[in-house]
Ligand binder design. Structure first.
Ligand SMILES: O=c1ccn([C@@H]2O[C@H](COP(=O)(O)OP(=O)(O)O[C@H]3O[C@H](CO)[C@@H](O)[C@H](O)[C@H]3O)[C@@H](O)[C@H]2O)c(=O)[nH]1
Ligand SMILES: [Mn+2]
Length: 663
């Protein structure tokens, strides 16, 4: 019997826990820092210098400190509301058993060269083998590359899945991406896992991988293979990435009683989609893909819940669907939930996370804090949506929807009829009129569940290795520190705010599993991101708002050369190409170097102590930038800065320093 004497059926499907202990600590600490910030503001307002003594610099500094205070309040309020949610999947299974809803899974890919088809089908296979009734699963691959190699790979995957799915279920394989699974060694402690079967499945996988890679390398698919599927007929000499008709091929029809795996169990539905592309029509990149997927899937399976995965991700927990459904199907709160999203985690992060890609504190503290306000940043992947809310349904307290009612939209139509009907829905004219859903940001009127299943529970895992760029959010934060007389008591609030803030940030990082060096690297990456990618994104957003340009989507490359990945493993930063980003990084590093050396000279020469605070800050920036100086002057490998960038930055920095007024 559960609480209140209710039976098992009255119990909630998930529980919510708020970090109470951390809240007390944050409150005390936050309050003292806030007092410090107020004292700093008072100091600024009461000590405004005369015009000729740098009044404007002073006011600028004050602005930065005002902004810092505002930012502090926001980031502290998140920390006071850190909320974790824990699903009870066993309750879901006992309560709903065979009445679970259908799920559509969308995988997007866009280019067979930078997103190799083998990687794409690993994502697909991990989605096909979710621990969920296969007749309720439909996987749709959207190929914006319109490539027959990707289609071929998917055809291979549809055959391999007949062995892979039973293998996963029999041996409770985790993770269910074959590439990720076979990259681990055979686990000898697991006596149930017969080594023979492990080896046989691995061999099958490698055979498939070899055939796909060979076809891609040779740039052609043999007639023998093409004869195996009518779908290849869609590719003729006129088909290019930017210009082709809609292609929809149902590779596995989950409703067909003959579509079974090696154990005789039903297979999930598997669909290949390449929406129509015409040079004169906008296609809106990934957003356009998702819109086409929504329409096409509504014709074929029309599942009430949709999961979207990028092609460089794979599921690292086969129970994720069931856990997610706990949030959607909870009797009391389920109807208030529009989407459930999982933070991305990356599988090739180095020990000290040189590029700060793990986002541990963001995932575990800030996102969980946002959840406390029923808010979430939509991350764009690893997210389950209600189809209804994407299609514009508004939230209402009384409307509960019904995830279990399976409405048969197919009405005995043949595969051919379904494919033909779907092709029309994948036409490019849809992106030009007002029917798009995703471009407008999706319509999330409902409450949002930002699902952080504590620290031990499974999240979706992405396999990507992120480079330096790629951040598109923009927020600018400034840290500030400048008091004229070092001996003055006014120094205290500055010192306290600075030290307390960083101590807190170190404690958070360590608590979230980072190393101290990773925290230090994070400081560098924040500096770099704020001065480059965030600034670009900020400018770009303004330009776009003014209607001066349309942003294009630059697809992140998923293949790296050997030298680059070797240096990545050794935690050496990669600067080896010319880009405005590197120009800015190098120039700022040099300006700081000049500033700190110049400052010391000034202190020693003129016995001018008033500069000590500035110099201390300057030196901290220099220390954070050590890898940048190494990249400019000390490295001889291919990852160092190109000479042209070094020259440019030294010249620009020298000019800037010469022109700088000296107070
Ligand atoms: O024309 C396009 C361009 C991209 N994609 C797909 O979009 C996904 C994300 O693209 P990627 O180049 O990997 O971008 P990232 O910088 O890794 O993406 C981050 O930012 C995206 C949007 O800003 C989010 O959707 C992603 O989930 C998030 O990881 C990939 O599956 C692509 O295949 C398309 O389908 N069509
Ligand atoms: Mn990506």
């Amino acid at each position: 019997m559960g609480r209140d004497g209710r039976g098992e059926e009255g119990l909630p499907l998930f529980e919510t826990k708020v970090g109470k202990k951390s809240r007390v600590a944050y409150r005390i600490f936050g309050f003292t820092v806030f007092i410090g910030i107020c004292v700093i503001w008072v100091y600024r307002l009461t000590h405004i210098p005369a015009a000729e003594q740098g009044r404007w610099a002073w006011i600028g500094m004050f602005m930065a400190e005002l902004w810092f205070g505002f930012y502090w309040i926001i980031s502290l309020s998140l920390r006071l509301n850190v909320t974790y949610r824990y699903p009870f999947k066993h309750r879901l299974i006992t309560r709903y058993g065979d009445k679970l809803p259908a799920i559509d899974i969308f995988v997007c890919t866009a280019d067979p060269k930078i997103e190799p088809p083998t990687m794409v089908i690993n994502t697909v296979l991990s989605a096909m083998s979710y621990n969920y009734p296969p007749e309720k699963l439909s996987i749709f691959l959207s190929d914006d590359g319109g490539s027959e190699f990707t289609f071929y790979a998917l055809m291979e995957a549809s055959q391999f899945s007949k062995h892979w799915i039973p293998f996963c279920k029999k041996f409770r394989v985790e993770p269910r991406s074959p590439a990720a699974y076979f990259s681990q060694n055979f686990n000898h402690q697991d006596s149930t896992l017969a080594q023979e079967e492990w080896l046989a499945t691995k061999k099958l996988y490698e055979g498939m991988k070899f055939r796909i890679e060979r076809a891609t390398e040779m740039g052609s698919i043999s007639k023998e293979v093409k004869d195996q599927h009518k779908g290849f007929a869609e590719w003729n000499s006129q088909v290019t990435k930017q210009n082709h008709q809609s292609i929809v091929q149902i590779l596995i029809d989950g409703k067909n009683p003959n579509a079974v795996d090696d154990d005789g169990h039903q297979l999930p539905t598997l669909v290949y989609l390449a929406r129509e592309k015409r040079p004169q029509w906008p296609h809106n990149f990934k957003a356009g893909s998702l819109n086409a997927l929504i329409r096409v899937s509504s014709e074929i399976s029309n599942a009430p819940i949709i999961l979207n995965l990028d092609c460089d991700m794979y599921s690292n927990d086969s129970d994720t669907i069931k856990e997610t459904l706990c949030f959607f199907m909870d009797e009391e709160h389920g109807h208030k939930t529009s989407y459930v999203q999982y933070p991305q985690s990356f599988n090739n992060i180095t020990k000290n996370d040189i590029y700060s890609n793990a986002f541990n504190t963001v995932n575990m503290i800030e996102f969980a804090g946002m959840d406390g306000f029923n808010a979430a940043f939509y991350l764009g992947t690893g997210c389950f949506h209600r189809r209804e809310s994407l299609c514009g349904l508004n939230y209402s307290e009384n409307y509960r929807g019904d995830l279990n009612s399976v409405c048969d939209i197919r009405k005995d139509r043949t595969i051919y009829e379904l494919e033909e009907g779907s092709k029309v829905l994948a036409n490019c004219s849809y992106e030009a009129d007002g029917t798009r859903v995703w471009v407008s940001g999706g319509r999330h009127h409902n409450r949002i569940e930002n699902c952080m299943q504590g620290m031990e529970a499974g999240v979706l895992l992405s396999t990507e290795q992120k480079g330096l760029c790629g951040d598109c959010s923009n927020h600018i934060r400034s840290s500030s520190c400048s008091v004229q007389e070092v001996s003055s008591l006014w120094l205290l609030p500055f010192a306290y705010v600075y030290l307390a803030r960083n101590a807190c940030s170190i404690a958070e990082s360590l608590a979230c599993g980072d190393t101290l060096a990773a925290w230090w690297n994070l400081q560098r990456m924040w500096l770099i991101r704020r001065t480059t990618s965030f600034t670009f994104a900020f400018i770009d957003t303004i330009i776009r708002q003014l209607g001066l340009s349309e942003t294009a989507f630059a697809i992140t490359a998923k293949v790296v050369d050997e030298g680059v990945s070797k240096r990545y493993e050794q935690e050496m930063m990669e600067f080896g190409s010319s880009s405005v980003m590197f120009d800015i990084m190098a120039t700022l590093a040099i300006v700081n170097l000049f500033g700190s050396v110049g400052g010391i000279v000034k202190i020693v020469w003129e016995m001018d102590e008033s500069l000590i605070m500035q110099i201390v800050v300057c030196w901290l920036v220099v220390m954070v930038n050590v890898p940048v100086y190494q990249g400019m002057f000390l490295r001889s490998d291919k990852g160092g800065f190109p000479t042209s960038v070094v020259l440019k930055s030294v010249v620009v920095a020298s000019l800037a320093c010469l022109m700088m007024p000296v107070y």
